[in-house]
Design a protein around this ligand. Structure first.
Ligand code: LAG
Ligand code: CA
Length: 485
């Protein structure tokens, strides 16, 4: 597929190897869409950056945790670090390094999931993926109880968090029995910073801080202060009603995941009124836009089914279209594999190494996926088309809004218009727009081939777009995708 046809935005020029995190920062408003490639191997991510993410206009990729982990087939072994060796069932250090280089050459930044609040959660001793021996509170050469490296909060019999209304418990007790690092000590801060610095030395651009809510903000700030300025940090702080630890407490450190957005769009869609979602992000209940990273789902909400997911088909696509159209926050597309069992890991070989992802064929909202198949939401026509749309509108703000029944439109300055129809009947409407007169391709319907739109071309005349939008679909036009170009 040609990038020029899809997006009108030229593929990024190959850049020389960046020298540090600041060197690859994207200009504000351009290529700011990320994708979480959940449980993808380093080799598979490298190929995806070159073949799809770069050409489609994705600006960055979030990987699963790269450090040595406990053994087991479940996906969540990655969230139980045994050491900070960059050796996991997703690949070796060399493969990780090669992946970062390949992604950078494709114009895609790399963020790693950094598990720094805790180590393992098993009471029995064991050996990690790379052969390191460990027990619950002893990681030879790294952390030990003898050195005071773990919290033992003394609440309840097992030191587990039992109340999220108590900040001390949330931050100093154990999250599901995971050995909680004493992140207030200089020794632990140095050790964690050394791990993150090692990742930066391979060219990684920044980090999702896993379970950031469970680290006091001042501890995380002390760790981040040990990293070079410009390192991208996005803290995972799940917003909870009435909880003392809030996402806002982490904004001085870097950016923060805004869980409210995906939760609210899901509630509106499930309640049958997508139209209400038009205004998401305009109130004051979320993080400030320049700090917020938004998503329809992540690997946890996909499993708890607390948000829309791939099984929701057309409505899930609409939520993604809206996320990519809004000027609130920075969007992250999620891409995973099909599952029935919540714990099921990705497909592995006999030794437990994850097999390189290969997208199901075809992919899209109407496909039924077999367990283990890679759903590749980031390649779905409508989602990929909207990534190009977003790159084309850049930092133009949301302009005129329009609505009619269950349909509504958002425009972004003079560069893009999207019309979403959450209802059960087709909408045919004259939608006001500041796009110049002409004929445009609908990029939700698919990329143009040889200058011919995949869907019906849409005419704009005298500041009005003449659109037909089928039930539970969207139509999106932008200056980079004129019809017949
Ligand atoms: C996260 N963010 O704060 C991750 O997004 C989330 O996926 C992680 O939980 C969690 N924090 C810890 O990093 C995942 C699974 C848990 C799993 C945990 C540790 O959702 O189910 O716990 O990773 O692997 C599992 C078992 C527990 C058990 C624990 C310790 O499910 O029953 O107590 O392991 O053995
Ligand atoms: Ca903690």
């Amino acid at each position: 597929m040609s990038a020029a046809c899809t997006t009108g935005v030229p593929a990024p020029a190959a850049t020389s190897a960046p020298t540090g995190p600041a060197a690859v920062a994207a200009p504000a408003g351009a290529r700011d869409v990320g994708v979480q490639l959940f449980q993808w191997t380093w080799d598979a991510i490298a190929a995806e950056c070159t073949d799809h993410l770069g050409p489609a206009g994705y600006g960055w990729v979030l990987t699963s945790p790269p450090q040595e982990h406990v053994l087991g087939s479940q996906w969540w072994t990655a969230y139980q670090p045994v050491s900070y060796r960059l050796e996991s069932r997703l690949g070796t250090r060399a493969q990780l390094s090669a992946m970062v280089a390949a992604c950078h050459a494709a114009g895609v930044e790399v963020l790693a999931d950094a598990v720094v609040n805790h180590m393992t959660g098993k009471d029995a001793r064991g050996t990690g993926w790379a052969g390191s021996p460990y027990s619950h509170y002893d990681y030879p050469g790294i952390w030990s109880d003898a050195a005071g490296d773990f919290h033992h909060c003394g609440v309840g019999p097992a030191d587990d968090i039992s109340s999220y209304k108590d900040a001390f418990q949330v931050q100093s007790c154990e999250l599901v029995n995971l050995a909680d690092l004493a992140t207030g000590t200089g020794r632990v801060q140095d050790g964690i910073a050394a791990y993150l610095t090692d990742l930066l030395s391979l060219g990684v651009d920044g980090f999702r801080i896993d379970a950031a809510k469970h680290l006091p903000a001042e501890d995380l700030a002390a760790i981040v202060a040990r990293l070079p300025a410009g390192t991208r940090i996005v803290s995972e702080v799940i917003r909870g009603t009435g909880e003392p630890v809030t996402p806002e407490q982490y904004t001085a450190i870097g950016d923060v995941l805004e869980f409210g957005w995906g939760k609210d769009v899901t509630g509106m869609v499930r309640g049958g009124s997508l139209r209400l979602a038009a205004g998401l992000g305009t109130g004051s209940t979320y993080l400030p836009s320049d700090k917020a990273w938004i998503f329809v789902e992540n690997h946890d909400t996909e499993r708890s089914r607390s948000t829309l997911g791939y099984r929701d088909g057309a409505d899930y696509v609409l939520a993604n279209v809206l996320m990519l159209a809004t000027d609130y926050g920075r969007p992250i597309v999620y891409s995973g594999y099909a599952f029935t069992d919540r714990d099921a890991g990705p497909v592995q070989d006999a030794a437990g190494k994850v097999l390189d992802a290969q997208c199901a064929a075809p992919v899209g909202p109407d496909v039924t996926y077999t367990d283990g198949e890679w759903v590749c939401q980031h390649r779905w026509t409508a989602i990929e088309g909207m990534v190009g749309w977003r790159d084309a509108v850049g930092d133009d703000p949301v302009g005129d809004r329009w609505e009619d029944g269950d349909a509504f439109a958002l425009s972004r300055g003079t560069r893009g218009l999207v019309v979403l129809n959450g209802g059960d009947v087709e909408v045919a409407a004259q939608v006001p727009t500041t796009l110049s007169d002409g004929s445009y391709c609908d990029v939700v319907a698919g990329p143009a081939v040889d200058g011919r739109c995949a869907g019906d071309p849409v005419a704009v005349r005298d500041g009005v777009a003449d659109v037909r939008v089928a039930p539970h679909t969207a139509v999106a036009l932008h200056v980079g995708a004129p019809a017949g170009a």
